[in-house]
Design a protein around this ligand. Structure first.
Ligand code: FRU
Length: 472
């Protein structure tokens, strides 16, 4: 262990010993940082019977700072253990941040591929000069303690057509070979994904570049390439596509392209489909636990014009709940993993025709069946209403700058709303669309007003259990 790592561990432990002020916005259903700032989920995997969630973590500052890999693990995605930070930025190749990446589980341990970020001080643009985006590999034999890490690739190992922005390795094994996708920005300011292959996880060869015929944004962050029922999908978080319609209303977007052909050779990307139509969703990653594909996203948005008042309380942001990814008619459906249903404690049924007001528990799972395709609802300052073929989400109160977003919905049949203290995940028509939003109502009461015709079931939920990992 080097001196920098020793000090970073000491400083992180001291930061985590602080008691954050009591707040009605501390989350009950969503993973949040112990202290400080959280962004992208990283290294999601199912390793020796446990789910591991790493995340971009800045424990010293609620507005962000140097990034480490924070860590939670769980047997059931309901009770979580807060584990020690797995990756600190303590080597020359990752000194300004252990940036995003992924996990590969092997017989002999967990391998973590990530980006070592280096940003040189001086008069640089940090796009074509003054920056290093290194690809690094770390190994943890038990999934909790780090054994070693090393540099795999530098910017000079990537195709010359790329700027210095090449990051966020996602790695998987297929037919005895390892594959890696990296998000990139070309010198022509187009988003692209670099595909590398390796026989041994350490020596990598560039074998393809995936892109659209016309530039779709200038940078693609956090790529993910996966297959469901024989269909391949390339997921990316593109920057520079704002204002092009529903799902592209945020400063940065996140979604997927269905891929036809062989990703290793000739292939084409279909039409981009946004993953989420709300305000707070970015940089998702998916993994398989052997039976299904699960996605977790960052329930936040970099460089957004809206804010989160919890920053003044010493923490900011959370992850979405784990979402199960399935395919229907070539499109992805996203729904909370079924384990979350075990959080349901009590439920009440209502029918409504006209207007009905319901008092809600703060943590609730709300299932609404809509009879005539039209609905207007208000949940303590957040409203949703159908308007032709659109569903309109408006944060009327306590949105800290959040206003309106829209989702295309042919005909509204049902909604499921997972309501947390300061986060809502709204699943439309069995997961055809999702809208994620943070909002900050004061006080401990929630009221739901429904207008239209249909029925609703409200389930009170108990909170996730999070305990601190006991170091032996
Ligand atoms: C996406 C991202 C990644 C990067 C990480 C740094 O939100 O910008 O591209 O690796 O965050 O925290």
């Amino acid at each position: 262990m080097n001196a920098l790592q020793k000090d970073l561990i000491r400083l992180t432990e001291a930061a985590e010993r602080q008691t954050l002020p009591d707040s009605p916005w501390r989350l009950g259903l969503h993973l949040m940082p112990p202290v400080g700032w959280l962004n992208d989920p990283n290294g999601l995997c199912f390793f020796r019977g446990e789910y591991h969630v790493f995340y971009q973590y800045s424990p010293f500052h609620a507005e962000g700072g140097v990034k480490f890999w924070g860590h939670y693990k769980s047997r059931d995605m309901i009770s979580w253990e807060q584990c020690p930070v797995m990756l600190y930025s303590d080597e020359t190749f990752d000194v300004h941040g252990a940036y995003s990446g992924s996990a590969l589980c092997e017989e002999d341990g967990m391998y973590l591929f990530y980006t070592g970020n280096v940003k040189h001080g001086g008069d640089y643009d940090h796009i074509l000069n003054g920056r290093e985006n290194n690809t690094a590999l770390a190994c943890s034999p038990d999934g909790v303690q780090l054994a070693w890490k090393r540099l795999l690739m530098k910017n000079t190992d990537y195709p010359g057509e790329m700027t210095l922005h090449v990051r966020d390795p996602k790695v998987w094994k297929q037919d005895g070979k390892y594959y890696m996708v990296l998000g990139a920005r070309t010198r022509q300011d187009a988003g692209a994904v670099l595909l590398f292959a390796s026989e041994d996880k350490t020596r990598w060869e560039h074998i393809n570049t995936l892109r659209t015929p016309e530039a779709f944004g200038y940078m693609w962050e956090c790529p993910d390439l996966f297959e469901i029922d024989g269909q391949w999908f390339l997921a990316v978080s593109p920057q520079g596509v704002t204002g092009k319609g529903p799902g592209l209303e945020n400063v940065y977007a996140s979604g997927y392209f269905p891929l036809s052909g062989d990703f290793r050779n000739e292939c084409a990307l279909g039409e981009f489909v946004p993953f989420d139509f709300g305000f707070d969703f970015y940089a998702p990653q998916s993994f398989s636990d052997g039976t299904r594909r699960i996605q977790i996203g960052w329930m936040g948005m970099p460089d957004a014009e809206y804010s989160n008042p919890t920053a003044a309380q010493g923490w900011q942001h959370c992850l979405t709940v784990p979402r199960e990814v399935t395919m229907q008619n070539g499109r992805l459906l996203l729904n909370p993993v079924r384990e979350l249903e075990t959080l349901r404690e009590e439920s009440w049924e209502y029918s409504y025709s006209g207007k009905r007001t319901i008092d809600l528990p703060v943590l609730s799972d709300i299932l609404i069946a809509c009879e005539d395709g039209e609905l207007s609802l208000n949940l303590s300052g957040v409203s949703l209403k159908t308007s032709g073929k659109l569903l309109i989400l408006t944060v009327q109160e306590d949105g800290y700058g959040r206003q309106t977003r829209t989702a295309p919905v042919e005909r509204l049949k049902n909604l499921r709303i997972l309501a947390d203290t300061s986060a809502l995940e709204i699943y439309v028509n069995g997961g055809e669309q999702v809208l994620s939003v943070r909002w900050y109502p004061e006080g401990g009461r929630r009221t739901l007003t429904l207008t239209g015709k249909g029925s609703a079931v409200v389930c009170r939920l108990r909170a996730l259990r999070i305990e601190k990992y006991a170091l032996s």
